[in-house]
Design a protein around this ligand. Structure first.
Ligand code: NAG
Ligand code: NAG
Ligand code: NAG
Ligand code: NAG
Ligand code: NAG
Ligand code: NAG
Ligand code: NAG
Ligand code: NAG
Length: 543
């Protein structure tokens, strides 16, 4: 009943409703109001588009010819998503869409031989446009001719995404004259020369956000666009650029001052050798906020920290670094870092014990994430001379097997600890002692079989505890959770019992004591086996 009412509230939908009840529906498009229950619609085509309360959407698939296949769509749609049949050889005219006066979002997945401008028929309300060739043609890239000033009539366009279209098939003036463009995303433009991108976009003065993902670019060279070959060339070309995110492939060469036009980068992603990495500060870039750096071969931490220092990097993601080079002194120049992710993924060398006292040099680090390394018995606090008062979040995926007593005792300000997917099978008593500020503890997907009265001792602030996917929790000692005064949510996951006993018996009062009444979530599963949960003196059997 509710659903019917919402459908009848929109005159155009009412029209379609009547049509569909007499057996007629649009052959290629689903039309819906986003206030409806969308469960029965194939919304995947439009799924990346933010849903707006009153958005009136048409999602069309298997489209071969836009003009014919979209015939009969209501003129007042706001969002149009089109998925083209691939392998077709057709051109598209933006003029076609001017019949939809309220169109704000246009998303097209497909490849055309050319895209023609809308001419005089303006698309007055179009704000967001996506041209995506997800599948690519034979060459893996869409060769679509787009002439000069093609988008000049899109007077409200503020956000444009182009993916999988070969940029060199477009005129050098293709983006000229779009008056309000603020956000431009270019993904896989199939060029290896940054100039090809830069020379096409640098006249877009209104740009605030620029994202480029160009895995084929290997050299960062001086651009030879005419606008840059002046004495102004050392100045940035964009006046309002607040967000810039560049992702390249394996960088083999960086020319001096090649990025001087940019100065600040929000995010840079690339694969570097140690030598080329050290050229990055000479590229003319003054500052990078977030830097994701993978090594062709292992990179020494000193080299990375040198770049971190020179470019005032705040967040770093490092893959394939030399784990032996990690030490208190080698990270000294990394002291400005707020976030550090270290991963051994791709490394062929077995990692030695990490020298965990490196943390004491990183006095601004809030969050540390170490993945895909092996240190089964990490001595995080053993060699720290003073408490670590800056770290609040720690994630370790390093094949830990045992948590020993006082393992984390120096991490006095830690609020969040993630130990998911290690091999922890044994937690010694008092392992978490000292973590008085810890609010969230995630030990899912380990090999824990037993919880003792002092396993979680000292976690006064813990509100959230997740133990799911530990295959064999069958032994929870009395009073194991009674001292967790702040606990609100507990996920014990699947509990087991010795096979000799047919019914799993848990006396919740015995293990939680007085804190049971303050829990908002308690998740326990017995995997179809009978389980008897006791609360206080009342027993209850659940299936
Ligand atoms: C598309 O057109 C081009 C040039 O006219 C031709 O070479 C190509 O084979 C056509 N492709 C298809 C799938 O029809
Ligand atoms: C960049 O410069 C290097 C060295 O001068 C040259 O070998 C390379 O071809 C250039 N790359 C591009 C894309 O122009
Ligand atoms: C820039 O250099 C490339 C390759 O070196 C060349 O193909 C292109 O024509 C040059 N562009 C201009 C505007 O000089
Ligand atoms: C750049 O400036 C120098 C000296 O300031 C001048 O000699 C030169 O002609 C200028 N070049 C251009 C392209 O304007
Ligand atoms: C780059 O960032 C620095 C520090 O945040 C700022 O002072 C400078 O004005 C920025 N430069 C540009 C071109 O945005
Ligand atoms: C890794 O770092 C250590 C210590 O700085 C150094 O002795 C070793 O040569 C480095 N290994 C590689 C492969 O660079
Ligand atoms: C889990 O622990 C059991 C014994 O406690 C051991 O036999 C098994 O190998 C462990 N599994 C893993 C993946 O370490
Ligand atoms: C469960 O434990 C509580 C607290 O120790 C105890 O009072 C109660 O008798 C136990 N209930 C059962 C059925 O064993």
């Amino acid at each position: 009943m509710e659903e019917m009412r919402s459908m009848f509230s929109h005159p155009a939908v009412l029209f379609l409703w009547i049509q569909s009840s007499s057996g007629w529906m649009h052959p290629k498009c689903q039309i819906y109001d986003s206030s409806e229950d969308l469960e029965h619609f194939p919304t995947w085509i439009c799924s990346h588009i933010p849903h707006h309360a009153e958005r009136y959407t048409a999602a069309c698939q298997d489209v071969t010819a836009i003009e014919e296949d979209l015939l009969g769509l209501p003129p007042n749609i706001n969002t149009l998503c089109i998925s083209m049949t691939h392998g077709e050889n057709r051109s598209m005219s933006l003029g076609f869409f001017s019949q939809f006066q309220d169109l704000e979002y246009l998303y097209i997945d497909g490849c055309f031989t050319q895209i023609l401008p809308s001419g005089n028929s303006h698309l007055l309300n179009l704000q967001h446009m996506y041209l995506i060739d997800k599948w690519g043609t034979g060459s893996g890239c869409c060769d679509c001719h787009i002439g000069p000033h093609t988008f000049i009539d899109l007077v409200k366009l503020c956000d444009l995404t182009i993916q999988g279209y070969r940029l060199t098939a477009m005129s050098p003036d293709v983006f000229h004259g779009i008056p309000l463009l603020q956000s431009l995303i270019i993904i896989e433009p199939c060029v290896d020369d940054l100039s090809e991108i830069l020379c096409r976009i640098m006249t877009i003065k209104s740009l605030i956000e620029l994202k480029i993902v160009a895995p084929e670019i290997q050299s960062i060279n001086q651009s030879n666009c005419s606008i840059l070959i002046t004495n102004e060339s050392m100045k940035p070309v964009f006046n309002n650029l607040a967000f810039s995110d560049f992702s390249f492939g394996e960088i083999t060469h960086i020319e001096e001052d090649a990025l001087a036009w940019l100065q600040n980068l929000t995010m840079l992603t690339g694969v570097f050798s140690q030598e080329v990495l050290l050229d990055l500060p000479l590229s003319g870039i003054k500052q990078i906020q977030d830097f994701s750096c993978s090594g062709i071969n292992v990179i020494d931490i000193e080299s990375i920290c040198n770049v971190v220092f020179l470019l005032s990097i705040k967040k770093i993601f490092v893959n394939n670094f030399n784990t032996s080079s990690l030490s208190m002194s080698s990270v000294e120049l990394c002291t400005g870092l707020e976030y550090m992710y270290l991963s051994g993924l791709g490394s062929v060398h077995p990692s030695p014990h990490l020298k965990w006292n490196f943390i004491s040099s990183l006095k601004n680090l809030n969050q540390l994430d170490i993945d895909f390394l092996r240190d089964k018995n990490p001595e995080i606090c053993s060699f720290q001379k003073q408490p670590i008062t800056w770290l609040t979040k720690l994630t370790l995926l390093i094949n830990i097997q045992i948590l020993f007593a006082k393992q984390f005792i120096c991490l006095v300000k830690l609020q969040y600890l993630d130990l998911t997917q290690n091999l922890i099978s044994n937690i010694e008593d008092f392992a978490f002692l000292g973590l008085t500020n810890l609010e969230s503890l995630d030990i899912t997907s380990n090999n824990i079989t037993q919880i003792n009265a002092n396993t979680f001792y000292g976690l006064h602030s813990l509100t959230w505890l997740d133990l799911r996917n530990n295959p064999l929790i069958h032994n929870i000692e009395a009073m194991s959770f009674t001292h967790l005064m702040s606990l609100r949510q507990v996920f014990l996951g699947q509990v087991h019992n010795p096979l000799t006993e047919p019914v799993i018996k848990l006396n919740l009062t015995l293990i939680f004591g007085g804190i049971l009444s303050q829990l908002t979530h308690l998740y326990i599963s017995s995997a179809m086996r009978p389980m008897q949960l006791t609360i206080g003196i009342l027993g209850q059997t659940v299936g």
